[in-house]
Structures are given as structure tokens and as C-alpha cells.
Design a protein around this ligand. Structure first.
Ligand SMILES: Nc1ncnc2c1ncn2[C@@H]1O[C@H](COP(=O)(O)OP(=O)(O)OP(=O)(O)O)[C@@H](O)[C@H]1O
Length: 271
């Protein structure tokens, strides 16, 4: 039986806290993350930083149960969404997906689908029912929040693939917002974009932060400094699994990190 849900009301306090506890991860028996714990407070932007291969994306995928879809992938630990483990027995994958959205490195709208249908696409996939008028309002609301409404309000029936790269990424953000997630995960969302589009997305991230908790992976230290409230520095030293070396408020991580390796990384001496 397919479950049908109605759309949650838009509120200004929809953000949730996410708390990862003792997360370890393996691919085909190779351990890539070891006992990573991190609290991601409600309504804040958390940036995950660190050199390539230290497990940031793996950690991010564990936060919305995407890791378990990879053949040979395993994990241990807990991910608490407002205190409840998304991996607890009986919890459904679709539940986690609805509450914890994800935006990827490369903009991935449905290219032949209209801008309008791209925004509402997530509703069907997550079993949410909405009437035509509700959908119209939702499309405007989500495109506005993603900072795209003014640019596409007259092009809602054009294909998503006809937008620029930066617009496509904001369309993907709007699509994620349509199911009213409490958390938005972003895996290097600007790495395929030009500087102007990057700044536009960064503004969007800051605007969204009040109502959705954001966790962003970025290799761009200036970006981490501009958009995040707190940072976690991941490192996998000499073939060991990735760990968090240090985490804390962003200004402190950049101006007075307590670990020398954090200082070396944020100042660009390695990675
Ligand atoms: N699907 C997979 N199968 C096997 N190993 C994987 C898979 N995905 C990632 N890994 C391995 O897990 C480790 C962590 O990778 P991950 O992509 O999480 O790191 P990252 O810090 O996000 O890197 P980057 O910054 O380059 O994106 C790496 O050693 C990588 O090779």
C-alpha cells in the first residue's frame, strides 16, 4: 500500500538538530571513517572541510541513509534527528529522505521536465499529496527561497535543462525544499559553478539557514568561512580511516584553531 501524506505547513522554525554519534564506515571491508561524532545544531550551517578522500562525502551520505545503497558499504553508529535515530529498527528510508534533503556537486535537474515540474517532482517521489493551487504556491515559495523566482517566473513551463548551471543548481535547491525538509545536505554545491553563481548560492544558503539546518561539504576555505557557523575538519592520516581532528565555531577554526593540522589545512599548507 502506498502511503499518502499531506505537505507540512511552512513555518519559520522547521529546522531540526542532527547529531551523529560514533559513526564508522566501511567499503568492501575497508574502514574509511572511524568513530566520528558531530552535533549539527538546528538552524545553523555546518561546513565539513578536509583533504580529498578523508570521508566527508561518505559522512554526508550517512546522514540521510544514502550510504546503505552502495553495494559493499557498511556503517556503525547513530544519527539522531531531533533525538531519534534515523537508523532505528522500523524507521523507513523514505522518512529520512523526506526530512533530510540533499543537493549534489553537479546540478541534476530533470532536463526535459519543466521548471515547475522539477520543483514538484519530489512530492510524488516521497508520497506527498498536494492540490493544484497548493502546488502553485509551493513552486513560488520554493523558487523564491532558492533565490530563483524572479529569474524564472515567466519561464515556469520551459525545460529545467534550458537554465544556466547556477540557475539549475538553485532549481535543485528549490526541488529539495518542496518537501519541506528539516535538514539540507550539500555536497560541494558550487564546485561546478562560476564565481557569480557561487556567490548567489552562498547567499541562498545564508537565507535558508534560519529555517533549515544545513550541512555543506566544501573544498573552498573562503566559502566555509563565508557561509558556515561551525566547521568540522576531517583528516585520514597515512592510510588510517577518516576522523574529525577538530570542530568548533567557524571564526575560531580559522583564526585560532587548537590543532596544528587544522591551522596547516585552513591556511592552505596541504590538501
Ligand atoms: N563507492 C565507493 N566504493 C569504494 N570506496 C569508496 C566509495 N566511495 C568512497 N570510497 C572511498 O572512501 C574514502 C572516503 O571517500 P569520500 O568520497 O567520502 O571522501 P571525501 O573526503 O568526500 O573526498 P573528496 O573531497 O575527494 O570528495 C576514500 O578512500 C574513497 O576512495
Amino acid at each position: 500500500m502506498t502511503e499518502t501524506l499531506t505537505l507540512p505547513q511552512a513555518t519559520s522554525t522547521g529546522a531540526s538538530a542532527l547529531d551523529a554519534r560514533g559513526i564508522s564506515a566501511w567499503f568492501g571491508g575497508r574502514k574509511v571513517l572511524s568513530r566520528v561524532s558531530l552535533e549539527m545544531p538546528a538552524g545553523r550551517v555546518t561546513a565539513l572541510i578536509g583533504p580529498s578522500g578523508c570521508g566527508k562525502s561518505t559522512f554526508l551520505r550517512i546522514l540521510n541513509r544514502m550510504h546503505e545503497l552502495i553495494p559493499g558499504a557498511e556503517l556503525a553508529g547513530e544519527v539522531l534527528l531531533d533525538g531519534e535515530d534515523i537508523y532505528a529498527r522500523g524507521r523507513r528510508l523514505t522518512d529520512a529522505r523526506r526530512r533530510i534533503g540533499m543537493v549534489f556537486q553537479k546540478p541534476n535537474p530533470f532536463p526535459a521536465m519543466s521548471v515547475y515540474d522539477n520543483v514538484t517532482a519530489g512530492l510524488k517521489l516521497t508520497g506527498v499529496r498536494a492540490s493544484g493551487a497548493v502546488k502553485d504556491d509551493l513552486v513560488e515559495e520554493c523558487l523564491s527561497k532558492a533565490g530563483l523566482w524572479k529569474e524564472v517566473r515567466d519561464r515556469l513551463r520551459q525545460p529545467g535543462g534550458a537554465l544556466s548551471g547556477g540557475q539549475q543548481q538553485r532549481l535543485c535547491i528549490a526541488r529539495s525544499l518542496a518537501v519541506r525538509p528539516r535538514i539540507l545536505l550539500m555536497d560541494e554545491p558550487c564546485s561546478a559553478l562560476d564565481p557569480t553563481s557561487t556567490r548567489r548560492i552562498e547567499e541562498t544558503i545564508r537565507d535558508l539557514a534560519e529555517e533549515v539546518t544545513i550541512v555543506i561539504v566544501t573544498h573552498n576555505m573562503q566559502q566555509a568561512a563565508r557561509v558556515s557557523d561551525q566547521c568540522a575538519f576531517f583528516l585520514a592520516e597515512q592510510g588510517t580511516p577518516g576522523r574529525i581532528v577538530e570542530h568548533g565555531p567557524t571564526p575560531a577554526m580559522f583564526s585560532a584553531p587548537s590543532d596544528r593540522r587544522t591551522a596547516d589545512y585552513v591556511e592552505g599548507r596541504f590538501g
